[in-house]
Design a protein around this ligand. Structure first.
Ligand SMILES: Nc1nc2c(ncn2[C@@H]2O[C@H](COP(=O)(O)OP(=O)(O)OP(=O)(O)O)[C@@H](O)[C@H]2O)c(=O)[nH]1
Ligand SMILES: [Mg+2]
Length: 343
């Protein structure tokens, strides 16, 4: 599960990457691309850790990728480095601009570049397909020509591919192109500390149809070096209720349409990440392939029920809240699960 950070030069990509993952871009050692993990904040998970006091704590994690555009074919190298990213975090410089219009202009500049870049790929591919001799052209090529023509018109009208109505199958058939604008996106405005409300002005100005959050990277970068107590004091002194970066990690996670279920015990409390709408046996495979092969039942208790029934499995069981679910059960966000299997 990966999110690529994109932004115009000097918009604060590496600063945000460091805030979320703790990895300094100075550690890039000239690399054009660096990956780092961030734990996804989840109060339910923290509560379960408090209850079970496990030896090992394994929260859900998300990988962020920071890239540096270099050289003549910079877009192509960035595209390659981000080809595995499931979603994009577009950071916009809102700290060294005077008016929201400037901020909106830099947002649109990159969005337009991404649209243009996708358009060029499509034009190249269509040119190739249309030159193919009729006798070797396959039915899937004809289907592709059709989708690409629709996509081309959509992009030419200035729209990202993510809001072109395509079926999951069609999206899957386009995956090798690594289109920028087909991926879900989160906009992050890097604000000046005395102008935090500019994010609302930005939303009013651009009316983006993807989620948008504000952060002051400068302040939050300072937090990373502080102890939890000093952090609280610093936030109070800056008149900030809570830092924005946990929210950005959470929103990045939400972007990817994943849910987490928990396994609990004294040895480990772990959050497992699966696509939404996953059935129980496939969810079990996240833990071990054998769990899917030998799946018998899933013992499931919703987190809320567990908390309401004395915070113990026995309590949930005697209240009838521990359910035995079969192969067709769709795992819900926050389920606490023990799999029964036989291999
Ligand atoms: N005042 C202010 N400066 C910032 C903020 N965020 C980043 N900067 C500064 O802007 C410069 C660029 O920040 P980076 O995080 O390296 O930006 P970047 O997008 O990774 O830059 P490139 O990778 O070179 O394109 C650095 O000198 C940062 O200290 C901010 O919120 N406020
Ligand atoms: Mg950078």
């Amino acid at each position: 599960m990966e999110i690529g950070i994109l932004g115009l030069p000097l918009s604060g990509k590496s600063t945000l990457f460091e805030i979320m993952t703790g990895i300094k871009s100075s550690e890039m050692h000239g690399e054009t691309c660096i990956r780092g993990l961030a734990a996804v904040p989840d109060e339910r998970f923290d509560e379960l850790v408090k209850i079970f006091q496990p030896v090992k704590v394994s929260p859900a994690q998300i990988t962020f990728i920071d890239v540096t555009a270099q050289g003549k074919n910079s877009w192509e190298s960035v595209r390659q480095n981000l080809s595995s990213a499931d979603g994009l975090l577009h950071i916009v410089n809102g700290f060294s601009v005077d008016a929201v219009q400037e901020c909106a202009a830099s947002y649109r500049k990159l969005e337009d570049e991404l649209i243009l870049s996708d358009l060029m790929i499509i034009e190249k591919r269509l040119e190739k397909l249309l030159k193919m001799p009729k006798n070797i052209i396959k039915p899937q090529d004809i289907a592709q020509i059709d989708i690409l023509n629709r996509a081309k018109i959509h992009l030419e009208e200035g729209n990202p591919l993510r809001n072109l109505s395509l079926t999951d199958e069609q999206i899957f058939s386009l995956r090798s192109f690594s289109f920028w604008t087909i991926r879900p996106e989160l906009i992050c405005i890097n604000l000046r500390e005395d102008r935090m409300s500019m994010v609302d002005a930005f939303i009013a100005e651009c009316a983006p149809d993807v989620p948008t959050v504000g952060i002051c990277c400068l302040i939050e970068a300072e937090l990373t070096d502080l102890s939890p107590e000093d952090r609280k004091e610093y936030l109070v002194s800056m008149d900030i209720e809570e830092p924005a970066f946990p929210k950005i990690i959470r929103q990045s996670f939400a972007l990817l349409n994943r849910v987490s279920f928990f396994t609990v015990g004294e040895d480990e409390v772990k959050a497992w990440v699966i696509p939404a709408q996953t059935k129980a046996p496939r969810a079990a495979a996240a833990i071990h392939k054998d769990f899917e092969r030998g799946f018998i039942k899933a013992e499931v208790c919703a987190y809320e029920d567990f908390m309401a029934c004395g915070k113990t499995t026995a309590g949930a069981k005697s209240a009838g809240k521990l359910r035995l679910e079969g192969k067709e059960y769709i795992v819900k966000d926050g389920d606490i699960i023990t799999f029964r299997f036989n291999v």
